[in-house]
Design a protein around this ligand. Sequence first.
Ligand SMILES: *Cc1c(COP(=O)(O)O)cnc(C)c1O
Length: 419
Amino acid sequence: MHEFTREHALELDARDPLAPLRTRFVDDDPELIYLDGNSLGRLPVRTAERLQRVVRHEWGGGLVRSWADWIDLPTRVGDRIGRELLGAAPGQVAVSDSTTVNLYKLAAAALDARPERRVVVTDDDNFPTDRYVLEGLAARHGLELRFVHSDVDTGLSLDALASALGPDVALVSLSHVAYRSGALLDMRAVNELVRGSGALMLWDLCHSAGSAPIELGATGADLAVGCTYKYLCGGPGAPAFLYVRRELQSELRQPIWGWFGQREQFAMGPGYAPEEGISRFLAGTPAVPAIVAVEEGVGLLAEAGVHELRAKGVALTEYLIALADEWLRPLGFTLASPRNPAARGSHVTLRHPDAWRISQALLARGKVVPDYRTPERLRLGPAPLTTSYTQVWDGLNRLRRIVETDVHEEFSAETARVT
Ligand SMILES: *Cc1c(COP(=O)(O)O)cnc(C)c1O
């Protein structure tokens, strides 16, 4: 059937309005099929050039004088992320630290603001760092950490969440898109539910920022954090962002009282008196080259437009699932993501009992980069900005050939340290 031919993939690429943007990324090996842009985004050509300038001229030549331009980077780039990707008005987003540290800062601030409530709610399939940070805070403050059960393939149901809420809950923290299955939560419905219970809501946007439209302002979100090295293409270890709704900013105090959160920072005053605005959630000196790289990545996403990115993300994942149904289901694969595109982010997970060895064979023999996730799951993330339909076709074609010919059986069943 025509739908499953490579010609059809080429036709889809010819009609793809985002296709020209692929040339703006470093791609040294056209044979390589990268289906892990949701773990580490590709390097934009312009980022490499900008970093060279920042390092050589701003640092090398300008030295400490360049701080006049650098000092506002966390809020300047934060505002840009807010405007282009998060539906957040200026003054509510800053770039700083890692997602893990920002989760800690905002969760601690939220708990301090609801001292009479003794419960923190999250789901049992939330990303590990989120669960650990909340576990640590609960232990430190003598609170109960309440886990709502979430299905590893279809995500959290609103009914399950509703049944965990009550007058004792201070904070709810959830991922917008589940890291394993790609299940996408309805942000507006969750915000309403949590607000109705009197708790504060903290979102982790790591797998949705840059791939799904987010309306923090219009849906009444309280707090959010997210990565910049996934869909935002900021580079390995690029600093994260945090969002605090304007009305909450003066009420909340984060636990790290650093000088970048201080009012009149360079007055070097005797005691801590935090800024009024979003800057109070900063701590120490920002990682200048890394934030500059984030700015370039966000610029490219903005050029594409978040609605175009979402449309392509849906089309690519629908295409991937159609090919998987046709070619891979007979080989023992099952879909481990929501089938409804409205309930799914931009990655697709497939389950197979030999997923680990298959992922090894794909990398070594197929030149396809997937992601392995426990248990028995192959996660495929065709980032909308940098992946073509033909790459999805080629990637799945190589995958079916490997499994059909049992190539994966030559690989060890023992898992590696980094998966
Ligand atoms: C990738 C990811 C993180 C990573 O946090 P770091 O502090 O950058 O290591 C956190 N949460 C989710 C949901 C993620 O997908």
